[in-house]
Design a protein around this ligand. Structure first.
Ligand SMILES: Nc1ncnc2c1ncn2[C@@H]1O[C@H](COP(=O)(O)OP(=O)(O)O)[C@@H](O)[C@H]1O
Ligand SMILES: [Mg+2]
Length: 349
């Protein structure tokens, strides 16, 4: 089962419910075969974006194109889009094979062909041996695999997944993330995946769009968004981050609250906005640096995370990989810290 994924284009899509704007000028291109994720807090418009592509929601204005053709007048069932939801929505009185076969029955495929293709889809999700089981006899992970098999059995060129792993516990969720990625690579379909879990988005995506209040705040590869967030919102949403206010500038750097003059890698030093620095880009330094006191030490196994306070009152989190048997610093310890200068980021807002 190999398909050519379709290219998707959202063009200034707007969706309102009365006075409420659920999507605002939502524009996004997804390349054929790409794995795109919409990441954002609850209520940011992720499901609305998926549903408007699938045809479950009418858009107020704008357009959506699949392979360059507007789907405005294409009925839902003709859009050839597979969907997976968080709650599986399996038919309780049909066995696994019957569930997976359903979309083919709807399309009037012949019986022998239905059986062959359904078993093939079950093989992809490694449930070949469970075709006769009933949904209540399956674990959460197995139910989600059945839902996935049902979504791909008619070989859609686009697969939409709306928080598909939300009901699973962390360990299973992480295992399923890798599986989903493998299935997609095997099948070749274009995926738009919705999650509010930033770790999941970083693991799965070719690119991701961070959403807030119906708007895309930033769109890029996981590395782009982690290394170069464009705003406080994105910097705080993805990974751990220290964000400190800038209150002015001098010729040799920005004036940062609690830290004094800090030199950014850019030529022009910012005079407002925020300094952003990841915990792994702050080091303890034997000489020089900013004097600080350890307030909290958190043992993480492979690293120790310290919350420190500088002499002028900036609170920072730094992460130090553990090497050898050395013990971690106790709260109250006096240290000095320095920044990896080329990793300092200026957030304008
Ligand atoms: N049928 C509806 N009527 C009114 N408001 C809605 C409706 N569906 C969604 N909304 C609102 O639109 C916003 C975006 O919803 P949604 O797309 O489901 O967000 P997300 O999936 O990111 O959690 C939410 O504030 C939600 O309350
Ligand atoms: Mg949602």
């Amino acid at each position: 089962m190999v398909v050519n994924g379709a290219a998707i284009e959202f063009k200034k899509v707007r969706k309102t419910y009365g006075n409420f704007v659920a999507l605002e000028s939502f524009s996004m291109n997804v390349a054929a075969g790409e794995f795109m994720t919409l990441l954002g807090p609850s209520g940011s418009g992720k499901t609305t974006a998926l549903n408007s592509l699938a045809g479950f929601t009418d858009i107020t204005s704008g357009d959506i194109l699949i392979d360059g053709v507007s789907i405005a007048r294409v009925p839902t069932e003709k859009r050839n889009i597979g969907m997976v939801f968080q709650n599986y929505s399996l038919f309780p009185h049909r066995n696994v094979l019957g569930n997976v076969a359903f979309p083919l029955e709807m399309r009037g495929v012949g019986r022998a062909e239905i059986r062959k293709r359904s078993l093939k889809a079950l093989e992809i999700v490694r449930l070949g041996g469970l075709a006769e089981r009933m949904p209540h006899e399956l674990s959460g992970g197995q139910k989600q695999r059945v839902a996935f098999a049902r979504a791909i059995v008619f070989e859609p060129r686009v697969l939409l997944m709306d928080e598909p792993l939300g009901a699973l516990d962390l360990k299973l969720r992480e295992a399923m993330q890798l599986e989903i990625k493998q299935y997609q690579q095997q099948i070749g379909c274009t995926v738009i995946y919705v999650t509010h879990d930033q770790g999941e988005a970083l693991t799965l995506s070719d690119r991701l769009a961070v959403m807030d209040k119906g708007l895309i705040r930033q769109l890029g590869t996981p590395q782009d968004l982690y290394d170069r967030p464009n705003s406080r919102f994105v910097a705080e949403f993805i990974g751990l981050n220290n964000i400190i206010k800038i209150s002015g500038s001098k010729h040799d750097g920005a004036i940062v609250d609690g830290l004094g003059v800090i030199r950014f890698p850019s030529e022009i030093q910012p005079s407002q906005g925020y300094l952003s620095v990841r915990p792994e880009h702050i080091r303890r330094t034997p000489t020089g640096g900013h004097p600080a006191i350890v307030r909290q030490a958190v043992f993480l196994g492979d690293a120790v995370r310290y919350v420190v306070e500088t002499r002028n009152g900036a609170e920072l989190t730094l992460a130090e990989p553990r090497s050898g048997e050395n013990s971690s610093l106790d709260p109250g310890s006096e240290i000095a810290i320095s920044f990896e200068e080329n990793r300092l980021i200026h957030l304008p807002e």
